[in-house]
Design a protein around this ligand. Structure first.
Ligand SMILES: *Cc1c(COP(=O)(O)O)cnc(C)c1O
Length: 375
């Protein structure tokens, strides 16, 4: 975990006068999001304004001051900057030619606008298309093409009606955009409407606020809301150990205090975290925060994101490395989401070498082979 020194942001010129109570206020972070090319230029002098303008005219660009402040601003290959700064490859036809705007047909397999029902027992709701930071690797990058908009109440009412009628649905995933960019009152309304439906067991909130604006979870009003609904689970999205700071630790502690378990999903990204030692470090840091690593995603074939793909072998190599070295609690499932909306498939290194009627030849994490007969 990174211990940031007190008032550390004041060393960055444009924030030299920002008081601690503002810096640690989530609303200050969102009101002061950096989205204009001129503003990022004031923090990072080497950014190419023309390139940035060209890409941000196609796909939204935004970051919180906090998330940007975690980067080494002099390093063009900084893992945080690579997740924030637009890259020409995003709009390069050659790089993106095999990618899809909506690879999982979410908008097509949608019985009610904004709701995708892919698996029998769970549905996914896109609550808004707004995020505090527009991650360059977003699997829903098509949403960056639209104007920013949170869904109005009438659309939620239609989704809740659908949920009430479909008794096989046991879980609702609140995604986006980022559901935690919504105001507390709206969140309260959404959570209470879903919590009341008897056949729903779980409400999964998928958010990146823990990473890009941890101060969201310093908001006592939000924490009270989360405490009211005992079906809530929170899934965060940390990709790199450098994203974990003393502020994150407080944020996660505050979520755990509300009674919600906290899980994490990571996306494997070329040049950012496609290294077994980086992933191991990340998983260890998450364990220290009491965050359970849930999924490690192979990068999706989304238009504008294709250049982050690592290939499947990289993911398998990382999984091979983690097993045996790291607590089983810290090992995520490596998954590939199948294009066309056929669902996610777990991928594992091969441990079964041969199988017969009454024997199994397997290997362990150290590659020692053994034949087991008493099955
Ligand atoms: C990923 C996803 C889910 C959740 O799948 P889990 O394996 O339970 O995490 C549900 N619905 C859709 C549409 C999804 O993309």
């Amino acid at each position: 975990m990174r211990e940031l020194s007190r008032d550390y942001w004041k060393s960055i010129y444009i924030w030299k006068d920002v008081a601690e109570e503002d810096w640690t206020n989530w609303k200050w972070q969102t009101v002061n999001k950096i989205r204009a090319v001129e503003d990022i230029k004031r923090v990072i002098d080497w950014v190419d304004k023309t390139v940035l303008k060209k890409i941000s005219d196609v796909y939204h660009f935004a970051t919180t001051p906090y998330y940007l402040s975690l980067a080494n601003l002099e390093d063009k290959n900084d893992p945080i900057l690579l997740q924030i700064l637009p890259d020409l490859k995003e709009i390069d036809e050659e790089y993106q030619k095999s990618a899809y705007l909506d690879p999982f047909l979410e908008d097509v397999k949608s019985p009610v606008p904004g709701l995708t029902h892919r698996y029998p027992d769970r549905v996914l709701i896109r609550t808004t298309n707004v995020c505090s930071v527009y991650c360059r690797h977003c699997m829903r990058k098509r949403m960056f093409l639209e104007d920013e908009r949170a869904r109005p109440k009438e659309e939620f009412e239609k989704m809740f009606q659908y949920l009430r009628e479909k008794e096989e649905v046991r879980e609702v995933i609140l995604s986006g955009g980022d559901p935690l960019t919504l105001p507390n009152k709206k969140l309260d309304y959404i959570l209470s409407s879903i919590q009341q439906i008897d056949h729903i067991d779980l409400i999964r909130i998928a958010t990146r606020e823990t990473v890009v604006n941890p101060f969201r979870f310093y908001d006592e009003e939000l924490l009270e809301i989360l405490s009211k609904y005992d079906k809530v689970w929170v899934v965060t999205h940390f990709n790199h150990p450098e994203e974990i700071t003393s502020y994150t630790k407080v944020a996660v502690k505050n979520i755990l205090r509300t009674g919600a378990p906290v899980l994490n999903q990571t996306v494997l990204l070329k040049g950012i975290n496609d290294n077994k030692h980086t992933v191991e470090r990340l998983m260890r840091e998450l364990l220290r925060l009491k965050v359970k690593p849930y999924y490690l995603f192979h990068c999706d074939p989304t238009k504008g994101v294709y250049h982050f793909k690592t290939g499947i072998d990289k993911g398998l190599e990382i999984m091979e490395h983690l097993r045996g070295r790291l607590s089983g609690i810290g090992i995520p499932t490596f998954v590939l989401d199948i294009e066309g909306g056929m669902g996610k498939v777990p991928l594992l290194p091969e441990y079964i070498l041969e199988r017969g009627n009454n024997f199994l030849k397997i290997r362990n994490y150290e590659n020692k082979e053994i034949i087991i007969k008493n099955l």
